[in-house]
Design a protein around this ligand. Sequence first.
Ligand code: GAR
Length: 262
Amino acid sequence: MQKKLKIAALISGSGTNLQAVINACIKKEINGKIVCVGADRPNALGLKRAKKHNIPAFITDYKKIIADNNIEKKLPVDFNIKKISSLQKLFDKTNKKIERFFKTRAVAEADILNKLDKFKFNLIILAGFMRKLTPYFIDKINKDSKTPKIMNIHPALLPAFPGTDGYKDAFEYGAKIGGCTVHFVDYGEDTGAIIAQKSFPILDGDTLETIKQKGLKAEWELYTKAIKLFEEGRLTLITKNAAGRGGFKIKREIVKILERMV
Ligand code: GAR
């Protein structure tokens, strides 16, 4: 039996995806274990699930950090605004609001990294974690460019409807098919390489509530499947030529799913 995959999970809300992954590990659908759960707020309901399963948990209180007037004094020593701005496209250093965004996030992310440090993990899953991770964090986790180590589940068929409310956006747009996506996390907003997707029909009688129900059910299945592929060492990134906006040719990293080894 291969060694178990050690998974760190970050959450913000009710944690039903976290629960699905915990269950899949218990049922051995994934040869893995959740080693810790981190939340961006103290009252994230999913923390109760961690407690129930005796999984160590921690909180990095983003709201407090964002409101902190003393942020300059708390910046991690290796935070380099020039480096972050060159990595993060569209980051205009002269825009003080954006600069503050990256500074507060670096303080929060340094706190998460610090709290994660004592856990040995091979993969971080974002399970309804509603905070953007910046290059400061991502580059400390991803050491090998071909095997990223942060996954996210998103409530839409990306690249349609990125952002914070995928099901609502798809519903209000009048989409006839809804779905969810598991992808690796890169510097953009829900732009990372797609690992797996699952769709469902949006019917005339559907409401936002029924769409969310169908969507979550699909998510629980899909996240388990994607994590299992990672655990089996079957996910790698390859670079492909693609059409960018305006017809420009760009290079895009995409996920290649390797055959199962016998
Ligand atoms: C899920 O629908 C997930 O796709 C979404 O938050 C919900 C969390 O539910 N995530 C995002 O929108 C990320 N941008 P859960 O807390 O019950 O797992």
